[in-house]
Design a protein around this ligand. Structure first.
Ligand code: ADP
Length: 447
């Protein structure tokens, strides 16, 4: 087992990893930028190392500085969290070259599944359902037009190296397509240094369902069932839940098993998420694979009892998965609300600044993951998520009631947060009914 883990991240996920290390009796070192100096979670680590100024490019994204911090503190492993360098295969490779264990997949497995074209090809051979579309990268516009004709418009042009919603264009006819293929390719080249694009069928309305999977270095892989993350605004998830409501059990089992098979084939050791869109006829189509722990991992932890972050650390240290597929029995229903320092009444404008009041909910079935306390100042340099409120109950209806109750206990001020919006959503009929699509929240906010 590792002696000392360096956490190459900040905020909520840094604290989550600190907690996992403490429970495994592993020392942990947390890095921080000048903007995060003095943050209370840093004192919970065994050591904290300043790695640079506020700008992420000169701190949390600076590979030489992170490696230097690991070497100075004799850390034998690095946990990347999510965001920043978590899905950077070059960083995983540098760690390996420096004999520091990267807590995540090998650079090869990460590159294979991180590239959407190669992930899609491997998915097909694992019986993971994918969108109809081009066989890999398109290099000829006439060929692309033929494929689009065959699958039918609308289609979407996507970048193989895409992320954060960039390099995607919806095409409603052949004219659109001819314009968009080269534009998307140029955009992808500029953003990712890789101009490869492909096309697939575009779904006007769908739900976002994703499967949590985890593999070890001995060739074993299991799934931890699915989550529904359809409540989104501008592709940002706001509420996640597990299990996904109104999904045919047979379809769900097939897709979960296929997702586990996919990462087994990729010889993938670590946690990953296979993301899907689900259409109104209960067909799943794979979107992409995320090769890291997700923000929303707690809902899966709540229904399965598996500690995903501890398991990541164990498998990175070479241990076999501590459970078998048949031992994973989901129980009850879990919901997570993301508490962001944003003003939902003013177009979600970011609201960084000092927190004076921070009253945290408690009681049965409530989990609150946050690095914030009263007196903390939310820096303006990073993501606006300041807390995750998670509840667990026997049924979905009970979980919604419990979330409503917990949200009324939560008081954060004077900065604005997404809390009041979540309170409204827990009383919303369509949400209570379940099965809303990925555009529902935006439609509701406009109405
Ligand atoms: P990124 O890596 O940039 O986030 P994804 O492939 O995950 O890209 O897609 C991001 C979002 O774009 C999806 O959550 C979905 O809302 C939309 N999208 C992507 N592909 C399709 C598709 N084929 N049909 C409908 N919507 C899509």
């Amino acid at each position: 087992m590792f002696n000392r883990v360096l956490i190459a991240n900040r905020g909520e996920i840094a604290l989550r990893v600190i907690r996992a290390c403490k429970e495994l009796d592993i020392e942990c070192v947390c890095v921080y930028s000048q903007a995060d100096a003095g943050a209370p979670y840093l004192s919970m680590a065994d050591q904290a190392v300043c790695i640079g100024p506020a700008a992420a490019a000169e701190s949390y994204l600076d590979i030489p500085r992170l490696i230097a911090a690991a070497e100075i503190t004799s850390a034998d492993a690095i946990h990347p969290g999510y965001g920043f360098l978590a899905e950077n295969a070059h960083f995983a490779e540098v760690c390996r070259d420096c004999r520091i264990e990267f807590i995540g997949p090998s650079p090869e497995a990460m590159a294979l599944l991180g590239d959407k074209v190669s992930a899609k090809n491997l998915a097909k051979s694992s019986r993971v359902p994918v969108f109809p579309g081009s066989e890999g990268e398109i290099d000829d516009i006439d060929e692309a037009a033929q494929i689009a004709d065959k699958i039918g418009y609308p289609v979407i042009v996507k970048a193989a190296a895409g992320g954060g919603g960039r390099g995607m264009r919806v095409c409603r006819n052949e004219n659109d397509l001819r314009k968009n293929v080269s534009a998307a390719s140029q955009e992808a080249e500029a953003a990712f240094g890789n101009g490869a694009v492909y096309i697939e069928k575009f779904l006007e309305s769908a739900r976002h369902i994703e499967v949590q999977v985890i593999g070890d270095k001995h060739g074993d892989a299991v799934h931890l069932y699915e989550r529904d993350c359809s409540v989104q605004r501008r592709h940002q998830k706001l509420i996640e839940e597990a299990p996904a409501p109104h999904v045919e059990p047979k379809r769900r089992d097939e897709v979960c098993k296929a997702a586990a098979k996919l990462i087994k084939k990729a010889e993938y050791a670590g946690a990953a998420t296979v993301e899907f869109l689900l259409d109104d006829k209960q067909n799943f189509y794979m979107l992409e694979v995320n090769t890291r722990v997700q923000v929303e991992h707690p809902v899966t932890e709540m229904i399965t009892g598996v500690d995903i972050v501890k398991t990541q650390i164990l498998v990175a240290a070479g241990e076999p998965l501590p459970f078998r597929q048949r031992e994973i029995k989901p129980r009850g229903h879990a919901i997570e609300c993301r508490i962001n320092a944003e003003d939902p009444d003013h177009n979600f404008a970011p609201c960084p600044g000092p927190i004076h009041r921070f009253d945290v909910p408690g009681g049965p079935g409530v989990r609150f993951d946050s690095h914030c306390v009263a007196g903390y100042r939310v820096p303006s340099n990073y993501d606006s998520m300041i807390a995750k409120l998670i509840v667990h109950a026997d049924t979905r209806r009970d979980a919604i009631r419990r979330m409503g109750r917990a949200l009324r206990e939560l008081e954060i001020g004077p900065i604005k947060t997404t809390t009041p919006l979540h309170r409204r959503l827990m009383d919303n009929h369509a949400f209570i009914e379940g099965g809303v699509d990925i555009h529902w929240l935006e439609r509701m906010l406009k109405a």
